[in-house]
Design a protein around this ligand. Structure first.
Ligand SMILES: Cc1cc2nc3c(=O)[nH]c(=O)nc-3n(C[C@H](O)[C@H](O)[C@H](O)COP(=O)(O)OP(=O)(O)OC[C@H]3O[C@@H](n4cnc5c(N)ncnc54)[C@H](O)[C@@H]3O)c2cc1C
Length: 403
């Protein structure tokens, strides 16, 4: 008989895990708290190993949006712009998209009638998770009907994000695992590019403790990210969100920043949240495991959460195929393969954080200097390439003269 797994959460981690499970011969069932599938979302870039993991999961319909034209500009205090290295200039040349593009490609595979055709129940969440000898019993709540039901599964996967219910029910309270970064973000799509910039340009306006980013994309308006440092996280969730952001960023008096702040009240699709990482000694306990942000949230500054979620699903399938008769061995193998990657990127996120938003003036200065050096190095490399391309090709006669 096929083994059944309950996956909590229809995000990138949940859908990737479903594909992995299906490959290993399991029957996954996904429950999602929201009443329907979400679309849209914020800018995401995928590093080459993320693109590889996407291909490995069979995501043939992944729509990508890396700008073909356009530049990245740093906006200074006096309102001037300067060329700057952008997110897509990172080593490895990431590929740009929005979160909804990855989710749409995963959904294309798992949707009923798709290649992996997986059962998905919307409006449904776990209320209790109890591990028995050879199965896990879950009390599920269907919010649309108010109906509660108990079902048993061979494995439960919490892929329900940063504030995971599965983690809280089985592993312990959020505070035990969520580290605080004293930072806030607000990410949302813009209705159009900021005035006087090219449609696919990206913009950065960074001061000590605050930054505004606009990410240019190939075939849709850009998305915006506001991020700032604060020690009082709780206070950020009180009062009006737009007013709060206007207070934090209001004195960054550049037309592009005003354009971003003016777009904020009109957008229905935004994420306003505090920044954390999730750190756990083990990602599984018996027949319950966590995946994606629920298990290891790298956070947005790492730029690797999607890659990790895709890899997590692919690696889970591989480990279950290798250990068909021992769930314990499969989960231990899965974790041993992923752990070094996650630890590295959790550490690197601290460094990348400074690039997104320098946390003090000194680090802001270091960041500005590093950006100048990077732009100059890039300019020199381009000039070198142009000179080489323009140099006449030497034939045998030239060589003879030279000798
Ligand atoms: C602003 C921002 C920018 C980012 N940029 C990048 C980037 O450039 N590159 C990159 O690789 N990564 C990036 N990331 C990280 C990346 O988006 C995530 O790591 C990735 O989407 C994995 O998410 P997940 O599936 O684990 O969780 P989520 O996306 O949070 O999905 C969890 C799902 O579970 C559902 N759920 C929650 N609770 C319950 C419940 N009790 N019952 C049922 N369902 C539930 C939710 O509704 C949701 O559908 C960024 C993140 C942010 C916030």
């Amino acid at each position: 008989m096929q083994k059944r797994a309950l996956i909590v959460g229809l995000g990138i981690a949940g859908m990737s895990a479903a594909i992995g499970l299906r490959r290993a011969g399991w029957t996954p069932v996904i429950v999602e708290r929201a009443p329907g599938r979400r679309t849209g979302g914020y800018f995401i870039n995928l590093m080459p190993d993320g693109m590889e993991a996407a291909a490995g999961l069979g995501l043939d319909h992944l729509h990508t949006r890396s700008p073909e034209a356009g530049s990245t500009w740093s906006l200074n205090r006096r309102g001037h712009r300067r060329p700057a290295p952008g997110w897509l200039d990172l080593p490895g040349h990431p590929t740009a998209m929005v979160r909804g593009d990855v989710e749409a490609a995963l959904w294309h595979r798992i949707r009923p009638g798709g290649d992996d055709g997986i059962e998905v129940r919307f409006g449904t969440s776990p209320l209790e998770i109890t591990e028995r000898d050879s199965a896990v019993e879950v009390l599920l709540n269907d919010a649309s009907t108010g109906r509660r039901s108990r079902e048993t599964f061979d494995l439960v996967i919490g892929a329900d994000g940063l504030r995971s219910t599965v983690r809280r029910l089985v592993f312990g309270p959020h505070e035990r695992f969520m580290t605080t970064w004293n930072a806030m973000i607000c990410a949302f799509p813009l209705p159009g590019q900021a005035p006087s910039f090219g449609a696919q340009d990206s913009l950065i306006s960074a001061r000590a403790g605050r930054a505004v980013w606009v990410f240019g994309l190939a075939d849709r308006p850009p998305t915006a990210l506001l991020t700032y440092c604060t020690k009082d996280i709780d206070a950020q969730f009180t009062g009006d969100r737009t007013e709060r952001l206007r207070t934090v960023f209001g004195d960054m008096d550049h037309p592009a920043v005003r354009h971003v702040l003016d777009a904020l009240p009109t957008t229905p699709d935004y994420l306003f949240d505090s920044v954390h990482q999730v750190k756990m000694e083990r990602w599984s306990s018996g027949r319950v495991m966590l995946a994606g942000d629920a298990a290891w949230c790298l956070n947005l500054f790492s730029g690797m959460g999607t890659t990790a979620a895709l890899r997590g699903g692919a690696e889970l399938g591989r480990a279950l195929e290798e250990h068909p008769d021992s769930l314990g061995a499969a989960l231990a193998t899965w974790e041993a393969r992923l752990r070094p990657f996650i630890t590295t990127h959790q550490r690197m996120a601290r460094l990348k954080h400074q690039w997104f938003v320098p946390t003090n003036r000194f680090l802001g200065g270091v960041r500005t200097l590093a950006m100048h050096l990077a732009v100059n190095a890039r300019r020199a490399a381009t000039e070198e390439r142009l000179l080489q391309a323009a140099a006449p090709v030497r034939g045998p006669a030239d060589r003879a003269v030279a000798e």
